[in-house]
Design a protein around this ligand. Structure first.
Ligand SMILES: *Cc1c(COP(=O)(O)O)cnc(C)c1O
Length: 485
C-alpha cells in the first residue's frame, strides 16, 4: 500500500520561521557586538543547571521558546572566550565571518567524507593555500580534523607507516621498538597519541629544555643515539611551535637537521603557533617549520575560526593515504557522476562522515585576508610585550618565564605565592574580570595570560594588571557590574 504524504520536519509557516531565524541571528550578532559590556565569565547558579535538566522531550516545542531557553540558560554562562578580556588557556575568540560561514555550512549539510561536490573542492583549496606557506608542494596531503590533539595523533600514525610500511596496519608492531622525541614541555596530547597508536606513552622521550623552554638539541641527539645503542628504533622527532605553557618555540631548524641526520620523521606541533607564519615580524622565528614532514595546527585558536577547525598537513600525501585509505574501497570508485572524485578526504584520515569545517575557514581567510590576520597575530604578541613591561614595572609582580609570543606567565609576590596567586585567578574569574588561567612552572604556580583573542586591547591588559594589583579588592570593585547583570 502506498503511504500518505507525511509531516516532514520543515517549517509549516515559512514566513514565521524566517522572522524567528532573523531574530536568532540578530541576537547572536548583538552578543558579539556588545560582548565587552558583559562579564568575561560568571559562576553558573544551581538553578540554571537545574533548568537544563529535563526529561527527553517527547513532544514538539516552539522554536522561539527553545531559543528563549538558550538565551536564558546557555548564552550568559559560556566560557567567555569571545570576550576581549578572556586570556585563559589558549582559546580563540572566533569571528563573525567564521560564524556566518558555519551557519551556511549547516544549511548545506554537506558530508565531506567523499564524492564529487564543490564543498570538497573548498577543502582542497585550503590545502592549496596552506601547503606553500609551510614549504610543501603539490604532493602534500591535508585534512580538517577536530583539533590538534587529533592531528598530532594522526601524524604519529603516518610517521609509524613511514617507519614500518603500510603492513603495520595488518600486522601490528610485531615487536618493533619505536621511540619518539619531544621536549619536556610538549603538549600532553602527543604522549596520549603515542598511547593510542599502541606505541606506549613511555616510548615518547622527554628531551630537556633550555632556560627559554626550547628543546636542547644536544640532548635530543644523545637520547636518539642512546636508544639506538640499546636496540630501540627511533622514528619521530616532534618540535613545538609555541608551547601552551609559555609560548616557547623549539629550534625547529636544528630539529630538522637532527631528524635528517638520524632518519627521523620531523613533525611540528604548531597547534596555536604555526599561523604566526602569517605575520612577517614573527615568521622568521619559526624558521625550519618549512622542513617539517607534517604539521598540526588549529584554525580555531589564532586563526579566529569558530570551534572546531584543526588541521593536519603532511608533506607526503601518498603516505598519509597509505596510512588510512582502504585500497579495496577507493580503487573501486566510479569515474563519473556523484560517486567520482577519488581519492576522497575519508582516504586521508579515520573519519568517514565529516562536516564542512573548510567553509568557515575559507570565509575567514577570504574576508579578513592573510595580511590582516597576520597583523592581528602580531598585535596579540605586542600586547604580550606590553603586559610583560607592566609586570616588570610593578614591584609587587614578578615575571615567571620569557615571553616568546603571546603568553605571559607572572605572579604576585607575597608569602605562600602559590595559594595567593591561585586565589587571585579564581577571584578574577568569579568577578567577571579579565580571565587568565594558571600553570605550573618548575613547581611554582604562575598566572598565565594567553592573548589569542583579536578583540583584546591595551585597556584589557591594564584591567588585568590593575585587578591583580588591587586584589583582594577586586570583588567589591566589580559590584557595579554585578548590579548591571
Ligand atoms: C591547543 C594545543 C593542542 C591541542 O589542540 P586541540 O585543538 O585543543 O586538540 C596541542 N598542542 C598545542 C601546542 C596546543 O596549543
Amino acid at each position: 500500500m502506498r503511504p500518505d504524504d507525511h509531516d516532514d520536519l520543515d517549517p509549516k509557516d515559512w514566513p514565521a520561521t524566517r522572522a524567528q531565524a532573523h531574530r536568532m541571528l540578530d541576537d547572536m550578532l548583538d552578543y558579539v557586538e556588545h560582548v565587552r559590556q558583559r562579564p568575561v565569565w560568571r559562576p553558573i547558579p544551581e538553578a540554571v543547571k537545574a533548568g537544563i535538566r529535563a526529561p527527553l522531550p517527547r513532544r514538539p516545542t516552539d522554536l522561539a521558546e527553545v531559543h528563549d531557553e538558550f538565551l536564558r540558560l546557555v548564552l550568559p554562562y559560556a566560557t567567555g572566550n569571545v570576550h576581549p578580556g578572556f586570556m585563559g588557556w589558549v582559546h580563540g575568540g572566533g569571528s563573525v565571518a567564521g560564524m556566518l560561514g558555519e551557519m551556511l555550512a549547516a544549511g548545506l549539510n554537506a558530508n565531506l567524507g567523499g564524492r564529487e561536490h564543490m564543498p570538497i573542492e573548498v577543502e582542497r583549496q585550503i590545502l592549496r593555500w596552506l601547503a606553500p606557506l609551510f614549504g610543501m608542494s603539490e604532493g602534500a596531503g591535508g585534512l580538517f580534523v577536530t583539533g590538534s590533539s587529533m592531528a598530532n595523533f594522526m601524524a604519529i600514525l603516518v610517521a609509524r607507516t613511514g617507519a614500518l610500511g603500510p603492513e603495520v596496519r595488518r600486522l601490528g608492531l610485531q615487536g618493533a621498538k619505536l621511540t619518539a622525541y619531544a621536549s619536556a614541555s610538549v603538549h600532553g596530547c602527543v604522549r596520549r597519541g603515542m598511547e593510542m597508536a599502541g606505541l606506549g606513552g613511555d616510548a615518547l622521550r622527554a628531551v630537556p629544555v633550555d632556560r627559554e623552554g626550547r628543546m636542547d638539541l644536544r640532548a635530543l641527539l644523545e637520547a636518539v643515539r642512546a636508544d639506538r645503542a640499546a636496540g630501540m628504533r627511533p622514528f619521530l622527532a616532534v618540535g613545538t611551535a609555541g608551547t601552551v605553557d609559555t609560548g616557547a618555540i623549539d629550534p625547529l631548524d636544528g630539529i630538522a637537521d637532527a631528524a635528517r641526520a638520524e632518519g627521523l620523521w620531523f613533525h611540528v606541533d604548531g597547534a596555536y603557533g604555526a599561523l604566526a607564519v602569517l605575520s612577517p615580524g614573527l615568521a622568521p622565528r619559526l624558521a625550519g617549520i618549512g622542513r617539517a614532514d607534517s604539521i598540526a595546527l588549529d584554525f580555531h585558536k589564532w586563526g579566529q575560526v569558530p570551534y572546531d577547525a584543526g588541521y593536519l598537513l603532511v608533506r607526503d600525501g601518498a603516505l598519509q593515504q597509505r596510512t588510512f585509505a582502504q585500497p579495496a574501497v577507493y580503487l573501486g570508485r566510479e569515474r563519473r557522476g556523484l560517486a567520482a572524485g577519488s581519492p576522497w578526504p575519508c582516504d586521508f584520515g579515520p573519519d568517514l562522515s565529516r562536516g564542512f569545517r573548510a567553509l568557515k575557514t575559507w570565509f575567514v581567510l577570504k574576508v579578513y585576508g592573510t595580511e590582516r590576520l597576520g597583523a592581528m597575530i602580531g598585535h596579540t604578541c605586542a600586547l604580550a610585550q606590553y603586559l610583560k613591561a607592566r609586570v616588570q614595572a610593578s614591584p609587587e609582580l614578578e615575571l615567571m618565564a620569557p615571553v616568546a609570543l603571546n603568553i605571559v606567565c607572572f605572579r604576585r609576590r607575597g608569602p605562600d605565592p602559590d595559594r595567593l596567586n591561585r586565589q587571585v585567578v579564581e577571584d578574577l574569574h568569579e568577578a567577571g574580570l579579565p580571565a587568565p588561567s594558571t600553570t605550573t612552572l618548575d613547581g611554582h604556580l604562575a598566572i598565565r595570560a594567553a592573548i589569542v583573542n583579536h578583540r583584546t586591547q591595551p585597556r584589557d591588559i591594564d584591567a588585568l594588571v590593575d585587578a591583580v594589583l588591587a586584589h583582594p579588592g577586586i570583588l567589591e570593585a566589580s559590584e557595579d557590574k554585578d548590579g548591571a547583570r
